[in-house]
Write a protein that binds this ligand. Structure first.
Ligand code: GLN
Ligand code: ZN
Length: 765
């Protein structure tokens, strides 16, 4: 009998109930008891959805983040929050977001602390709170969260399996504040893990899922050895461990993972399909193999018949030692497709969200255990849905296919090298030294959001909406002129989101109504669904930019989102390589760029905020990704005349390791995030002479703080030590959309003043 189970369920709630419960609590609008009750309600509902599985996860629920939960379980709290006298949940929120509840309004709160650092969970768009370590870090067990939820699940009659993050992944994801050796902490960490497993065993847990996704990354000998040490130690505890890996193949860690003394191993059978045979050969007779066969990160229905072809021979061999599950936790997909009444039936029939993934697992389990005829109707329905997608004219557009066949990387070549272009652009634009600009968006005010809501609800007609947006654009242009900025933007008032705005206008994208996926804490994103060949049927931005340019004699930048970012922030097709989808988007953006140029726009910015996010987990695969991603960007951006200036923007500071690829984009100007790192990023320029213009951000837009003029001057002087000053631009770190005008205006005023001072300083010298 094959066993069915799940690794984790999205906790935010189909209607984002957890988000609203959290935010209400934080703002002092509801009590802690209410929040705790809302959470219990969600767990109950989610376990009910999983009742047909042989084992459902416990401990996958989190008020904010599962890594932070683990830090609390292990007693690894940052020094700055120890000894807090308030409630433990409030202390937890202090680490998560720098403050507890009831303090979202008003200032000077004595409970505020520095929030824990946040970073991306492997190659997903989920962000976790980075554990903090020091050489002196001591751990101590607090098993209460897991034990309480374990009891809760049992009371509900759920066959449950506690889920924890494994010790090596926990260490690997954390940061040693004092640069000490994290592995030195392993022995003391292991004793707490052992105690935790003992407690779970006492409470009646048979299996424990222990997540070690770092096994899909490249591990050096020392970390491999640490794995042996850790799992030898944990083997002495009275639970059965399901060592759980996901997001990739085991690669060089395959021998290691199969040699560890655990009762079972879970692998991502989609990404590691070619490793299954090798793993079967190595696995001892008594070991469980759990295959993650349905995609926990994408939303396309699985091909159940094909999966059964693959699974049946394995089931015959393994019997009840074969487990089946989603490839990874379902945290990364929306909760329930049943709510998507806005999608047409055909498209909906192609999709599966978290609840539907559980159905797939249930159907597969039944087919394996009782024969395919036991689920004949379901299998037939699945086959039909898959077939309709394969055959659909909405997916395949011959016109796009033809354009694609003709597109090669040569489309990404500018007419002349940068030096030559820079000369003609300088003549045309006539900008001062240290030109000032912004990254694109200006504050999205309540007025703007209201107009958009009313327009979408049909309460505001198209022309009234257009007038409202044009008024915002005008306000934005006037403000920038008053401030004395050199290169203006229209402010992006008409855009709700930098990807959604383009997705909504391109053929091939669909939008769900409730397809929310947790990004961090209470924040969710609703990724567009890229289902078909991408085609641009009309210009998407030209009229807005033309309007903005008509209001001023200063140059206004045309503002676009790049193909790699649109791809990386969407649910993408699984019927063609990512690179092919990316190229289609690139061709659409290229047409837009060329239309902007024809409309007389002299400067065009193409944002690639998410370029870095797409980097594969294994370094050995970076080159291939960077090749097609940069090619796609270049095709989108570079089909312009020499006198058209192309800008690009990236939202992060670490690109020392990909700087050659960044340079290869050949943008005339690149703007990047740097203010928080005190220009540290520019170290990359010591070894690599970045050839084109660059605007290192001098205003941290993530903070409400207003940067002082002198600070900006200092930052730019630091930049000037590494980059020729005639190549430098002065701009914020990122778009100003989330800020208020009261913050933006003085900050930009200081920025422009700083540029004036810099000009004097450098003209004189
Ligand atoms: N142009 C976008 C803006 O200013 C860029 C946002 C981003 O990089 N995330 O909002
Ligand atoms: Zn940005």
């Amino acid at each position: 009998m094959a066993i069915t189970h799940n690794l984790g369920f999205p906790r935010i709630g189909a209607q984002r109930e957890l988000k609203f419960a959290l935010e209400s609590y934080w703002q002092g609008g509801s009590s802690r008891d209410e929040l705790v009750a809302a959470a219990a309600q969600l767990r109950k509902r989610h376990w009910a959805l999983q009742k047909d599985l042989d084992l459902a996860p416990v401990g996958d629920f989190s008020f904010y983040d599962q890594v932070l939960d683990m830090s609390f379980t292990l007693g690894n709290l940052p020094e700055r929050v120890r000894g807090y006298e308030g409630h433990e949940l409030d202390n937890y929120f202090r680490v998560a977001r720098g403050r507890s509840a009831g303090h979202d309004h008003g200032h000077g709160c004595c409970h505020a602390v520095t929030a824990g650092e946040m970073t991306k969970w492997f190659d997903t768009n989920y962000h976790y709170i980075v554990p903090e370590f020091e050489a002196s870090t001591q751990f101590s067990l607090d098993a209460s969260r897991l034990l309480e939820q374990w009891e809760e699940a049992r009371a509900q009659g759920v066959a449950a399996k506690p889920v924890i993050i494994g010790p090596l992944t926990y260490l690997a994801l954390g940061k040693a504040k004092d640069d000490s050796d994290k592995l030195a902490l392993l022995p003391s960490l292991l004793s707490v893990y052992s105690a935790l497993l003992e407690r779970l065993a006492q409470a009646g847990a048979g299996w424990v899922q222990i997540d070690e996704p770092i096994l899909v990354t490249e591990l050096d000998a020392e970390w491999q050895e640490a794995f042996h040490q850790a799992y030898e130690a944990l083997a002495a505890t009275p639970v059965k461990l399901l060592l759980t890996t996901y997001f990739g193949r085991l690669g060089g860690n395959l021998a290691l993972a199969t040699a560890l003394p655990v009762a079972g191993l879970h692998i991502d059978a989609l990404n590691a399909a070619e490793e299954i045979t090798g793993i079967l050969d190595r696995l001892d007779q008594d070991r469980v193999l759990s295959l993650g066969v349905v995609n926990g990160r994408n939303i396309w229905k699985s091909d159940l018949n094909a999966l059964l072809d693959q699974l049946e021979p394995i089931a015959a061999k393994l019997g009840d030692r074969l487990w089946i599950a989603p490839s990874c936790s379902l945290l990364h997909v929306p909760t329930d497709l049943a709510l998507e009444t806005g999608l047409d039936d055909e498209l909906r029939s192609w999709l599966a969200f978290a609840a539907q993934r559980l159905d797939e697992i249930r159907i597969l389990g039944k087919a394996l255990n009782q024969g395919r005829q036991a689920v004949q109707a379901e299998l037939e329905q699945n086959r039909k849905a898959r077939q309709s997608r394969l055959d659909s004219g909405r997916v395949h557009n011959p016109e796009v296919q033809q354009a694609l066949a003709q597109a090669g990387p040569e489309l990404g070549e500018r007419q002349s090298p940068f030096k030559q272009r820079a000369t003609v652009q300088a003549e045309k634009l006539n900008l001062p030294l240290f030109p000032t600009t912004t990254i694109g968006s200006f504050p999205q005010t309540e007025d703007i959001r209201r107009s958009r809501r009313q327009y979408k609800a049909g309460e505001l007609d198209e022309s009234a909406y257009r007038r409202a947006m044009e008024a915002e654009i005008e306000r934005c242009i006037r403000e920038q002129e008053t401030l004395g900025l050199d290169v203006l933007v229209h402010g992006e008032a008409e855009r709700n989101d930098m990807v959604e705005y383009f997705g909504e206008q391109l053929d091939g994208f669909a939008f769900s109504r409730h397809g929310w996926v947790q990004s961090y804490g209470s924040r969710c994103v609703k990724p567009p669904i890229l289902y078909g060949d991408v085609r641009r049927s009309h210009p998407m931005t030209v009229e807005w930019i033309r309007h903005a340019q008509s209001l001023t004699s200063k140059p206004v930048k045309g503002m676009l989102t790049g193909p790699v970012t649109i791809l990386n922030w969407s649910f993408v097709r699984d019927d063609q390589p990512r690179s092919a989808s990316c190229l289609q988007i690139a061709l659409a953006i290229r047409s837009e760029v060329q239309d902007l140029e024809r409309a007389g726009v002299a400067i065009i910015q193409i944002d690639e905020a998410a370029l870095r996010e797409g980097l594969p987990l294994r370094r050995s695969e970076w080159k291939d990704y960077l090749k097609w991603a940069i090619d796609a960007y270049r095709i989108a951006a570079n089909g312009v005349r020499d006198d058209t200036q192309i800008h690009t923007h990236m939202c992060y500071s670490e690109f020392n390791d990909i700087i050659a690829s960044i340079a290869d984009m050949d943008a005339d100007v690149i703007t990047i995030e740097t203010s928080r790192s005190d220009m540290e990023l520019l170290q990359a320029f010591d070894k690599f002479a970045y050839p084109n213009d660059i605007g290192p951000g001098v205003y941290d837009i993530h903070s409400p703080n207003i940067p002082g003029k002198d600070d900006i001057v200092d930052l730019m002087r630091k930049a000037g030590e590494r980059i020729p000053v005639r190549r430098l631009w002065v701009n914020p770190d990122c778009g100003l959309k989330t800020r208020k005008w009261e913050e933006v205006t003085p900050a930009l005023r200081n920025m422009v003043d700083a540029a004036h001072e810099l000009r004097e300083l450098y003209y004189r010298s």
